[in-house]
Design a protein around this ligand. Structure first.
Ligand code: KG4
Ligand code: ZN
Length: 330
C-alpha cells in the first residue's frame, strides 16, 4: 500500500512516501528558518509558511519517490498535538485530496508518530518497549505494551527538554534552535564545571521538570561578566547538557528496569543529542536501545506515514469530519 504522509504540527513542513510501515521511499523536510530571528516559533508565521510551502514539499516527496499523486493508495496526516493553525494546514490539505480522490486517509497522533520512527528503521523495535519522546514541545515517557496500547508513565510539568536547550541557548546568545548549538559548544567542555540541579521529582516519579534548570542557568549567569561567559561557554554548555541528559537517561532506564522491559526507544528532536545517546548507552544494562537516524528524530512525515500505514493496512481510517486537536495526549 503506497502511503503519502504529511506533517505540519509545528515548524517543519514535511511529506514522505512509503509502501509499507517499514519501507521508506522518500522523506522531505523543510525546517522553517523564519523563526530564527524571534528565538522561538511564531505560530501565525508557522501556519503561513506551511500554506506557502506544503504543496511544493509534497510534489518533491512524490518526485523523489518516482511516484505521482494518482499512484498513492492512502494518506496519513498529523492531527495533533501541535499548533492549531499549523495542524489545520496539513489536515485540510490531506482531507481535500482524500475527498477529491475518494481514497482513505488517517489522522495520526504526532506522539505516536515519534514512537513509530524507530520501528521504521528497525523491526526489532516492536512492543513491548519503553518510549522516551523528547523534543521542543514534549517530554513523555510511555510504556508501549502493543501498537495502539500505550500507558503514559510521565510527562513534563513545565518546559520540554528541547525548550530548555532553546531558552538556555538564547541567554547564552547561541541562536535558535538551541539544541544543536549547545551540543556543538559543549563538545570539548568540562561536564563537571558546574553542577546544575537535576529535577528527579521524587524517587519513583516518571515526571519531568526543566524550568528550574533553565532558571538555575539564568541565575548562575546573572553576576557573570560577558568575558567570563565567553571564556567558559563550552564548560557551561557541557554542564547544562549533562544535567538534562542524566535525568532523561535515569528516568527512562529506571522505567525499563521497574517494568521489566528490555527495549528503550528514544525519539524527538532532543534524541539527536550525541551526549544523550552516550549517557543512555553507557548506563543501560541488558537493555536494547533505539535512536532514530537523521531525518527521523526531529519532526518528519516519514514517522507519520509509518504509523498511518500500520493502521491503514489493518483497515483503520479516519472520517472526513476529523478536526485538529492541539492538546492531544497519548
Ligand atoms: O521534534 P522537534 O523537531 O520538534 C518538536 O516537536 O518540538 O524538536 C525540536 C527540538 C528543539 O528544541 C531543538 O533545540 C531540539 O529539538 N534539538 C536538540 C538537538 N537537535 C535538535 N536538542 C539537543 N541536542 C540536539 N542535537
Ligand atoms: Zn515532534
Amino acid at each position: 500500500m503506497l502511503v503519502l504522509g504529511v506533517e505540519t504540527s509545528c515548524d517543519e513542513t514535511a511529506a514522505a512516501v512509503l509502501d509499507s510501515p517499514r519501507n521508506l521511499i522518500s522523506n522531505v523536510i523543510h525546517s522553517q528558518l523564519i523563526h530564527e530571528k524571534y528565538g522561538g516559533v511564531v505560530p501565525e508565521l508557522a501556519s503561513r509558511e506551511h500554506v506557502k510551502r506544503l504543496i511544493g514539499i509534497v510534489d518533491e516527496a512524490l518526485d523523489k519517490g518516482g511516484r505521482k499523486l494518482e499512484n498513492i493508495d492512502a494518506f496519513a496526516v498529523t492531527y495533533g498535538p501541535g499548533l492549531v493553525g499549523a495542524l489545520l494546514v496539513g489536515l485540510t490539505f490531506i482531507k481535500s485530496i482524500a475527498h477529491a480522490t475518494g481514497k482513505p486517509f488517517i489522522g495520526v497522533n504526532h506522539l505516536e508518530g515519534h514512537i513509530f520512527s524507530n520501528f521504521l528503521q528497525s523491526e526489532n523495535c516492536s512492543p513491548p518497549f519503553i518510549a522516551l519522546i523528547v523534543s521542543g514541545g514534549h517530554a513523555n515517557l510511555v510504556h508501549v505494551k502493543n501498537w495502539g496500547d500505550y500507558k503514559l508513565l510521565g510527562k513534563t510539568r513545565d518546559d520540554a527538554p528541547g525548550e530548555a536547550f532553546d531558552k538556555v541557548a538564547k541567554v547564552l546568545g547561541l541562536g535558535y534552535p538551541g539544541g544543536p548549538a549547545i551540543q556543538q559548544a559543549a563538545e570539548s567542555g568540562d561536564r563537571k564545571f558546574f553542577k546544575f540541579p537535576r529535577a528527579y521529582m521524587g524517587k519513583d516519579s516518571y515526571e519531568f521538570s526543566f524550568s528550574g534548570l533553565k532558571t538555575a542557568v539564568a541565575v548562575y549567569l546573572r553576576d557573570k561578566s560577558d568575558d567570563y561567559i565567553k571564556a567558559n561557554l563550552k564548560d557551561i554548555c557541557a554542564s547544562f547538557q549533562e544535567a538534562v541528559c542524566e535525568v532523561l537517561a535515569v528516568k527512562a532506564l529506571t522505567a525499563c528496569e521497574k517494568l521489566g522491559v528490555d527495549k528503550l526507544s528514544v525519539g524527538g528532536g532532543v534524541a539527536m543529542n550525541k551526549r544523550l545517546r552516550e549517557v543512555v548507552q553507557s548506563r543501560a544494562k541488558n537493555i536494547e536501545i533505539f535512536f532514530p537516524g537523521p531525518g527521523l528524530c526531529t519532526d518528519n512525515a516519514a514517522m507519520i506515514a509509518a504509523a498511518g500505514a500500520y493502521y491503514l493496512e489493518r483497515g483503520v481510517t479516519s472520517k472526513l469530519g476529523l478536526n485538529a486537536v492541539p492538546y492531544l495526549g497519548i
